[in-house]
Write a protein that binds this ligand. Structure first.
Ligand SMILES: Nc1nc2c(ncn2[C@@H]2O[C@H](COP(=O)(O)OP(=O)(O)OP(=O)(O)O)[C@@H](O)[C@H]2O)c(=O)[nH]1
Ligand SMILES: [Mg+2]
Length: 463
């Protein structure tokens, strides 16, 4: 962590969303936060007792009352940013918080850049880069589970695990450097212990990566796509799962052409659910485009819901199309919904397995029937849970952190291979330094300003 950072200016921003609301918070951080606040805040006591809420008046340069507010100070270093912080809790709305920000600026503060408060917290060592990123995840969380995960990230579970790994690598570097300095040969016992240690490090990082992928599922939803021939009931199911009649449903084949996406919590599993155009041979150029898109989406799908009309024989046309796309589908992640059982059960589950040559879960339903939809939901959850490695705990990571974790894994594999092939002490030291660099990339220690700028550019104003 960085601890030598000291900004010489004071920043101000509205920490709450703009628009009408009961209360808004104007936040100032920097060496002059208290002096600036004293210029326009009138309160009974002359002092600012730390973390004490004062009822006070905000006045303009003519001493006219602007608002009655609550104000609190948090002196350095025990504040969010690590600097002197003053928060002014004023009435909400569009205008008032901005007037107070203007007052701060007129008395010497500068408008904060997006994410600058958290940037300062990171720079002054109050949080690691991964923790700073968790703040962003908390703000952006779209579901309760995603929020809980992001909060978990803020308490530093990933940072903790990586910091322990870093300490172990640093110990090894110190040991090998000492051996080089004294010109000693590495003992065979040291090498075999390094092989064992690198194996343990690798296991830790692989578990973190598994947890990271599981975490992405919680945050982004599991990519789930509905495919099938036209008119089978895909959009009927999509609407039923998202709980709204958003997709057009008609008796005419070829109704859906665009890709329709939504996020839905199905009995506790968060899905990114995509409805697609019915797959068939067509000369209609617009439908053709829709079908191409459906095939594209299928390539990235984790769960495939194949909706078929079970009340009539499967067309040769669909069988051919399915055999062409079957390579892109993992059969253990397919749930076949054999629909329209209220009309007839012309196709059986065995027929589907035999004709499409797939061995997967099948449920015969009528999507017009509510209890059948519940049955489909239970089957979706079952498939997701088998795909989800139940012993792995999800962790909140973003794409940058996931990439960094994969780089740590690569460097550990290289270290392990080096140890197994009896590399010289110098070479092993190089491998250890490679590991250290990839760990630093994740934690934000010694990362380039480009990466830091990229992380903080995603934040909103006032955070
Ligand atoms: N009888 C009966 N009709 C159904 C059932 N499910 C859907 N339908 C009807 O079948 C027709 C087609 O349904 P959609 O959901 O639009 O089918 P789709 O697969 O999205 O069709 P495309 O968008 O054309 O590919 C509509 O008239 C639905 O009301 C069912 O279980 N039983
Ligand atoms: Mg449709």
């Amino acid at each position: 962590m960085r601890s030598s950072f000291l900004a010489d200016d004071t920043i101000v921003g509205v920490a709450t969303p703009s628009g009408s609301g009961g209360v808004a918070i104007v936040r100032m951080s920097g060496p002059s936060a208290l002096e600036i606040a004293d210029k326009f805040i009138r309160k009974r006591s002359a002092i600012w007792q730390p973390r004490y809420m004062y009822l006070c008046k905000v006045v303009n340069s003519q001493e006219q009352l602007i608002d009655k507010v609550l104000a609190v100070s948090m002196p350095s270093p025990t504040s969010y940013t690590g600097e002197n912080v003053v928060e002014i809790h004023c009435h909400g709305g569009w205008l008032l918080p901005r007037l107070i920000v203007d007052l701060c600026v007129s008395h010497g503060a500068r408008l904060a850049e997006p994410g600058e408060f958290t940037y300062r917290a990171f720079m002054s060592g109050k949080m690691s880069l991964t923790q700073a990123e968790s703040v962003l995840d908390i703000i952006e969380a779209k579901s309760k589970d995603a929020l809980l995960l992001a909060t978990d990230g803020l308490t530093g579970r990933l940072s903790e695990a990586i910091r322990t790994l870093k300490d172990d690598i640093l110990d090894l570097i110190a040991q090998y450097e000492a051996e080089i300095d004294y010109g000693d040969e590495i003992m065979t016992s040291d090498i075999s212990s390094l092989v064992i240690k690198s194996e343990t490090f690798l296991e830790t990082v692989e578990r973190l990566i598994d947890g990271a992928y599981k975490g992405r599922d919680v945050i982004d939803g599991i990519d789930t796509v509905l495919i099938g021939p036209p008119n089978a009931g895909k959009s009927t199911l999509w609407n039923a799962l998202i709980g709204q009649n958003k997709a057009l449903v008609t008796p005419y084949p070829g109704t859906t052409r665009d890709i329709l996406e939504d996020y839905v919590n199905v009995n506790g599993v968060y899905l990114h659910l995509t409805d697609t155009a019915g797959l068939h041979d067509t000369s209609d150029p617009i439908e053709k485009l829709g079908i191409e898109r459906a095939k594209e989406v299928l390539k990235n799908a984790r769960i495939v819901l194949l909706v078929l009309d079970g009340s009539q024989k499967m067309s040769e046309e669909f069988m051919t199309i399915f055999s062409d796309i079957a390579n892109n589908v993992r059969t253990d992640n397919v749930l076949v919904i054999l629909n329209k059982s209220d009309i007839s059960k012309t196709i059986s589950e065995e027929d589907v397995r035999r004709i499409l040559k797939i061995d997967c879960e099948i449920c015969q339903v009528s999507l017009l029937n509510k209890s059948d939809i519940e049955n489909v939901k239970e089957n979706i959850v079952k498939i997701c849970q088998t795909d989800m490695k139940p012993d792995i705990k999800p962790i909140s990571v973003n794409q940058r952190q996931l990439q960094a974790l994969n780089e740590i894994k690569e460097s550990l594999i290289s270290l392990q291979n080096g140890a197994k092939s009896n590399l010289t002490c110098d070479c092993l030291l190089l491998e250890l330094h490679e590991c250290l660099m990839s760990i630093n990339c994740l934690t934000g220690d010694n990362v380039s300003d480009d990466i830091i700028d990229r992380v903080f550019s995603k934040f909103c104003l006032g955070k």
